[in-house]
Design a protein around this ligand. Sequence first.
Ligand code: SF4
Ligand code: SF4
Length: 374
Amino acid sequence: MQTNHIQNQKANDIIRKCVHCGFCLATCPTYQLLGDELDSPRGRIYLIKSSLENNHFSDESIKHLDRCLTCRSCETTCPSGVEYGHLIDIGREFVEQKRPLWQRVYRHSVRKLLTTPLLFNPIGFIAKHSSKQGKSITPSVGSKKVLLLGGCVQPVLAPNINHSVKNILAKLGYDAIETPQKQCCGAVDQHLSATQEALIKVKANIDSWLDFEVETIISSASGCGLMVKDYPSLFDQSDPYYQKAQAVSGKTQDIAEFLVDKDLNQLNLEKSNISYHEPCTLQHGQKLAGLVNSILQQLGYTPAPVKDSHLCCGSAGTYSIFQPKLSQELKINKLQHLQASNPQMIVTANIGCLMHLQKDTKIPVKHWIELLNG
Ligand code: SF4
Ligand code: SF4
């Protein structure tokens, strides 16, 4: 756990790297939509800096920080290596204590709804996107074990994703053990500044996952994968969990990273004209831009280039709940670009983007991994 002093120090170290060049403004979705410097990465860095110095976050500052998607597009653009994602998390943690009571209650309720299976599962069942398709393949005796992050909302909303991952891995000689739904990665708590509750989940996950003694932990939701890879940043280096978090982070791979050097010729492919939406958590967070596209191309798909593919679709965790207007504008733009090539299907790599995009298009939206289990 990190104290306010450590958090302040960490924020200052990040802020000092910013040379105010403004390159990040051109690739920030909220700056593009609103044209206000305070809705840009540079403006928000300034707001966090002055608010921390004065120990005061005004309502105006909170508004501009809340509009940030945490898409980390600015990190990809920044020539100085400013770790904006970590900075906004620190800023938000301070902001949380200053929010009016109604906002805190609303945010708490949404967080509990999403992270408590007993509450979420009945709603998720009604909003379900897809069911398992085809039989489950039993891994052959002697298959190498890997751990599959089951996720908390994905198994309820789109169980066909993990089903597809397990089948594909079984065909390639791997036995994927799925973690139970209650083992949420902690991202929802962390992004809604419930740091203590996130840490309880993170520590329990670390202890449980290290017990499996597998070499690889696979994630099929790029948002969860990013959170798990980022676990070490939640601990001070003197904390005993820091080393364990590094061990878990080092073993974790997105399914695309795991498959990229495997022989995929034996898979049955569902060939169709597709358009690929690359989640921010994969391209800007995990820095794996282009990886899924290159696998799809090797498999004979020709996803058409998508205009502004670096921009967020507006899903961004709980952003679509708390900032519905901006989220909707981003989605409409994204769908326009994804549909420009008249695809039969849109594929992506994160359950949040998938559900968000599907709400406003009749074209089926799937996880790209489902194509490989056709
Ligand atoms: S994280 Fe995204 S929305 Fe937030 S400042 Fe950076 S580019 Fe803009
Ligand atoms: S965050 Fe990076 S790109 Fe943006 S103003 Fe600072 S140094 Fe320049």
